[in-house]
Design a protein around this ligand. Structure first.
Ligand SMILES: Cc1cc2nc3c(=O)[nH]c(=O)nc-3n(C[C@H](O)[C@H](O)[C@H](O)COP(=O)(O)O)c2cc1C
Length: 383
């Protein structure tokens, strides 16, 4: 199987599985506990059917949307994800270039392996910095100031990782950052020699936003669960989020809001957006899927800030359903991460291109010319 054989999410996933040592593949592919929320994130879209309209003159389709005051050419963007250099040696550089090419937003994780300063030299397109609230206030200030100086457009505070999710696949494979060989994973590293050669020879593994402050995740092998449990501040409160929002002074979002009450408070503290998200099912298993929860959140705050639907998206039609409910945009992690592992920048570009083509085709089939043509009349719920 080659990149040219990848036509959809599952194809990219299969190729990623072939290319990555198993602890790394399962770090992307896995989720919390029994992974029920993870599955539901995608299957939720199947409980709703699209109702198309015809004879609408759809020779031109405009997929653009505006979030956080920035116009994106596509109604979806690339959610911030950690440790991308483990997935492909080009890491965030590849993703930044692909996002620039398609003029969509790139979310850069606090746990990125390329610095915000370097990303800013790669793309002048829309950029979001994802912020974790650490116990170390010096580290927090440094992240914020660096993202501001690098002219990032949005700061997104992740609020659903107050402690690490129980990712049992990582426990079984012994996944750590940087990766280490264990008896269990030896075979999968040995059978993917290209990954190992690239990892060893294409520059040092670094976490540039953290490394001046801590050992975790840089010099020492640590699990992501450990990072969440030991370094992040579990006393984080609405007061802290409000202070951070003021300190940032620009577009500010909470990533991982699931209740209407929290969405309303996000408005009160000055947020200009929220990601309705459960971290791709990687945190609280048994929690509700973003798409299931979207309508009530849009009804409560959709006219006051940008509501983004994130998680479980595998298809253009999934995005059309979320946009019809009232999301301003969609975003996803795995929808580009498998492609990154499968083929670096070319892989991410191929994936974004496939989703774009699906969206154009499906918009035409729906009888819609622009994103604002989508609305709840286009949907019928099965139960
Ligand atoms: C491998 C991986 C790493 C992630 N790292 C981060 C991170 O560093 N910060 C963060 O806020 N979210 C992180 N996320 C969550 C994503 O931003 C996003 O919420 C999630 O991927 C959405 O679900 P999806 O993968 O089904 O699209 C990560 C997700 C994955 C799959």
């Amino acid at each position: 199987m080659k990149l040219k054989d990848c036509h959809n999410f599952n194809d990219f996933r299969l190729l990623a599985e072939k290319k990555l040592p198993s602890p790394i593949f399962h770090y992307i592919d896995g989720a919390a506990d029994d992974e029920i929320t993870y599955q539901r994130n995608t299957s939720a879209f199947d409980d709703v059917d699209l109702v198309p309209n015809v004879l609408r003159g759809v020779e031109e389709v405009d997929l653009s949307t505006t979030i956080f005051g920035k116009k994106l050419a596509l109604p979806f963007y690339l959610a911030p994800t950690a440790l991308q250099r483990l997935f492909h040696y080009e890491g965030e550089r590849a993703v930044a270039r692909a996002a620039k090419k398609f003029n969509t937003m790139f979310g850069v994780s606090a746990l990125a392996t390329v610095s915000v300063e370097e990303i800013a030299t790669i793309t002048d397109g829309p950029k979001m910095f994802q912020f974790y609230f650490h116990k170390d206030r010096g580290l927090n200030d440094s992240c914020l100031e660096r993202a501001k100086a690098a002219k990032f457009d949005v700061l997104a505070l992740t609020v659903d990782t107050i402690t690490g999710g129980n990712r049992e696949r990582d426990l079984r494979t012994g996944f750590t950052s940087p990766p280490q060989l264990t008896l269990n994973s030896l075979w999968s590293f040995a059978t993917r020699p290209m990954w190992g050669i690239n990892y060893m020879t294409r520059g040092k593994f670094e976490l540039p936003h953290l490394q001046d402050f801590v050992k975790e995740g840089t010099g020492t092998n640590t699990s992501i669960g450990n990072y969440f449990s030991t370094m992040l501040d579990q006393s984080m409160s609405w007061k802290d989020a409000e202070r951070l929002c003021a300190q940032w002074g620009g577009h500010f979002a909470l990533k991982g809001v699931m209740s209407v009450a929290d969405a309303r408070r996000a408005v009160d503290i000055g947020c200009t957006g929220i990601m309705v998200s459960n971290h791709g099912g990687r945190q609280l298993d048994g929690s509700r899927a973003p798409f299931d929860q979207l309508a009530e959140i849009v009804d409560a705050v959709g006219d006051k800030l940008d509501v983004i639907c994130e998680g479980g998206i595998h298809r253009g039609t999934h995005m059309l359903k979320a946009l019809s409910v009232g999301a301003k945009a969609c975003s996803g992690g795995r929808l580009y991460l498998y492609a990154l592992a499968a083929g670096g920048q070319a892989g991410v570009e191929r994936a974004i291109g496939k989703y774009r083509d699906e969206l154009v085709r499906d918009m035409k089939l729906m009888g819609c010319r622009k994103i604002s043509d989508l609305n709840r009349d286009n949907l019928r719920y099965r139960k």
